[in-house]
Design a binder for this molecule. Structure first.
Ligand SMILES: *[C@@H]1O[C@H](CO)[C@@H](O)[C@H](O)[C@H]1NC(C)=O
Ligand SMILES: *[C@@H]1O[C@H](CO)[C@@H](O)[C@H](O)[C@H]1NC(C)=O
Ligand SMILES: *[C@@H]1O[C@H](CO)[C@@H](O)[C@H](O)[C@H]1NC(C)=O
Ligand SMILES: *[C@@H]1O[C@H](CO)[C@@H](O)[C@H](O)[C@H]1NC(C)=O
Ligand SMILES: *[C@@H]1O[C@H](CO)[C@@H](O)[C@H](O)[C@H]1NC(C)=O
Ligand SMILES: *[C@@H]1O[C@H](CO)[C@@H](O)[C@H](O)[C@H]1NC(C)=O
Ligand SMILES: *[C@@H]1O[C@H](CO)[C@@H](O)[C@H](O)[C@H]1NC(C)=O
Ligand SMILES: *[C@@H]1O[C@H](CO)[C@@H](O)[C@H](O)[C@H]1NC(C)=O
Length: 275
């Protein structure tokens, strides 16, 4: 049993050993109290390793921001084991969360087919309708927002709890703006009782979950070999992203040196297993 166990542990040990000796710039970034680890990287660092979509900006030396299509999302907890992070729209500032009317300006737009980031099962969408002439409260899932900005004076604003906006709402209810926002499903329930959890502002502040993944067979292979994926713009190649696999022994274009071990214990044939 013991040799068998070792066989399973060996790759893990090798990976850990390999992860020890990478360029210091990959390993070491902080923003205020947050430590930033691979595959995230600090946008202003010289680091070449990390996933392209996971470059973080450190604002005021303490707030971590994830830019998505030029919009800013505040980064909360990153779970490096589960490969998830919680983010919230940075348009909603902390001083506003007591108010019942979080003012969002953009829909989250991730091109899921070509992204290192995905929404998760923990998320659910709500739709904010600002500055409407018609009262939606007869529609069962609409909750009226209180304390919206002066600019919506004399009008009504709502949050719809089920479904994504179809794009016809603004017209149908005569609203000035419609924004769809992912929120954590567990917090969405709180919106039914507008008073709890800091109201809609608190739910938006609490954010939603994103999952990150290696996204490409190329990066997957590199990580399996104990390396870290990096992408660099290649100026001589029209600025295209060039893949690099950072290994113990230095950067390579594919994967780190093949690890092999004898499988005597398992097969008694003396064959060599490589991965
Ligand atoms: C990060 O940098 C500090 C100071 O430059 C150094 O003491 C520390 O060992 C580094 N940590 C890692 C993980 O490289
Ligand atoms: C940023 O924060 C770190 C520690 O959190 C501190 O040592 C450093 O002086 C700060 N830098 C600036 C420019 O405030
Ligand atoms: C760093 O973030 C800024 C926005 O804050 C963005 O304009 C710039 O392109 C980013 N740099 C990289 C290398 O992602
Ligand atoms: C929320 O909306 C996004 C598109 O904006 C969609 O990809 C996602 O599947 C929706 N999530 C749910 C739970 O409906
Ligand atoms: C909208 O309708 C609901 C239910 O009919 C009512 O309680 C609420 O006061 C109305 N809001 C406004 C601004 O008229
Ligand atoms: C958000 O998406 C909806 C459709 O789902 C669209 O009607 C609305 O105009 C968009 N809002 C913004 C601010 O782009
Ligand atoms: C909302 O509040 C009512 C009354 O306080 C309570 O019965 C209900 O369970 C609450 N719903 C949620 C989703 O918290
Ligand atoms: C940049 O692209 C050119 C042409 O494809 C290639 O020959 C060169 O090796 C690349 N440079 C790097 C640093 O990858």
């Amino acid at each position: 049993m013991a040799p068998l166990l070792l066989l399973f542990l060996l790759p893990v040990l090798l990976l850990l050993a390999a992860a020890d000796a990478f360029p210091a710039s990959c390993l070491n970034a902080t923003c205020g109290g947050h430590a930033i680890h691979y595959p995230f990287w600090l946008n202003d660092s010289t680091s070449d390793c990390g996933y392209p979509g996971l470059g973080l900006v450190c604002e005021n030396n303490d707030t971590l921001i994830l830019p998505v299509k030029l919009h800013r999302y505040r980064v909360g907890h990153i779970d490096y084991q589960k490969h998830t992070l919680v983010v919230s729209d940075a348009d909603v500032v902390e001083s506003e969360i007591d108010y019942g009317c979080p003012r969002l300006h953009v829909n989250l737009t991730i091109d899921y087919a070509s992204s290192w980031l995905q929404l998760t099962q923990s998320d659910s969408n709500v739709t904010f309708l600002y500055g409407c002439n018609k009262n939606l409260s007869s529609s069962s899932s609409a909750v009226e927002l209180r304390g919206c900005p002066e600019s919506f004076a004399g009008k009504m604003s709502f949050v719809l709890l089920d479904g994504v906006a179809t794009g016809t709402e603004a017209y149908e209810y005569e609203c000035e703006a419609v924004v769809v926002a992912p929120v954590l499903e567990e917090h969405k329930k709180e919106l039914e009782n507008a008073s709890s959890f800091g109201g809609p502002g608190g739910v938006v502040w609490a954010g939603f979950q994103l999952e990150y993944s290696a996204h490409s067979p190329q990066c997957d292979r590199c990580e399996r070999s104990g390396g870290w994926c990096g992408y660099r713009h290649n100026q001589t190649n029209g600025g295209d992203m060039m893949f690099t696999c950072f290994c113990n022994s230095g950067p390579t274009s594919h994967r780190c040196g093949t690890y092999c071990y004898s499988s005597h214990a398992l097969l008694s044939s003396g064959s060599l297993l490589c991965f």
